[in-house]
Design a protein around this ligand. Structure first.
Ligand SMILES: *Cc1c(COP(=O)(O)O)cnc(C)c1O
Length: 309
């Protein structure tokens, strides 16, 4: 019997290690501990449950990353077959993690764009394609993170969160709006070369990157959701960019401090706190969203080739 949600209420813990770096209380929302290792199961899980209830018979995805993994997990839990189309460049580890969730993995094309187009061709009346971040149902599911945090720590004044396409950010903003907490400051983190959100915010309009040059592939949306840009209409948003090196170093420190492995995508947010970035200095109670990620092992983190940064 399926439980009400496919995600878990993740632990909210104090971090003495990070509190040594900044002048505030630091709370960690440990979504790295979700089944499949990232927050993605919150929004995608809800989207899959809604589609299942409406009679959808197959989920189709073109994500070889944490979104594809969350869809594969949701499909297995709901008894809905899942097909994930990934390009040849997708690493063996990602393919096998998705396969472990009993999803069908089809390797097609040289680029994500080709795989994505092939996925659209496979759709029929009973199959649904799931977008990883630009979907209000995904934001609704991601907002559960804030419900859980505010129930335990109503005093937070600042949230540090990584941004890829902005689905997590939109969910956080949604949860805060519903709770009447638009006073909370949002500090967004990206890596250089995947900084489509910071560039859009500074330009005041959506900016599309020519290519993604950061190793933080989970942040690699060339264009963010329009709703993510609109978050800045309601909130004080401070968009910050770190180097790949800073993000990876934060992952390694975090592994030592908290014994949890996260992707550089998540390390970007941690790097702002470890580095006592000026964006977090006014905070008294800082929430850091440990968004997680299953794409890297400790060995990967310690041997990454970071010539570019
Ligand atoms: C998807 C993902 C992100 C970015 O989330 P968006 O909703 O695309 O902004 C950040 N970190 C990890 C680990 C992810 O899987």
């Amino acid at each position: 019997m399926a439980s009400r949600h496919l995600h878990i209420a993740s632990p909210l813990i104090e971090s003495r290690a990070l509190e040594r770096r900044v002048d505030s209380r630091v709370l960690l929302k440990m979504d790295a501990l979700q089944p499949t290792g990232s927050f993605k199961i919150r929004g995608i899980g809800l989207a899959c449950q809604r589609l299942h209830a409406r009679g959808c018979r197959r989920f189709v995805s073109s994500s070889g990353g944490n979104a594809g993994l969350a869809i594969a997990y949701a499909g297995r839990k709901l008894g809905v077959p899942v097909t994930v189309i990934v390009p040849e460049s997708t690493r063996e580890r990602a393919r096998s993690l998705i396969g472990e969730q009993d999803a069908e993995v089809i390797v097609f094309g040289q680029s994500w764009q080709e795989a994505h187009e092939h996925a659209q061709n496979l759709l029929d009346a009973e199959s649904t394609y799931l977008h990883p971040f630009d979907d209000p149902v995904v934001w609704e599911g991601n907002a559960t993170l804030i419900e859980e945090v505010l129930a335990d720590a109503p005093g937070i004044d600042t949230i540090v969160v990584s941004v890829g396409g902005g689905g997590l950010l939109c969910g956080i903003a949604r949860g805060l709006r519903i709770a009447g907490r638009t006073d909370v400051k949002l500090v967004t983190a990206e890596t250089r070369g995947a900084d489509s959100y910071a560039q859009s915010l500074h330009a005041g309009e959506l900016v599309t990157l020519d290519e993604i040059t950061s190793i933080a592939t989970s942040l690699g949306a060339k264009t963010v959701a329009a709703a993510a840009l609109a978050v800045a209409n309601d909130f004080d948003v401070d968009a910050r960019v770190v180097t790949d090196r800073e993000a990876v170093d934060a992952c390694l420190r975090f592994a030592d401090d908290h014994r949890v492995i996260v992707e550089p995508a998540c390390g970007a947010a941690l790097a702002l706190v470890y580095g006592n970035n000026e964006a977090v200095r006014q905070s008294r109670t800082l929430l850091t969203v440990v968004c997680g990620g299953s794409g890297v092992t400790y060995r990967d983190l310690s041997t990454l080739d970071l010539d570019k940064s």
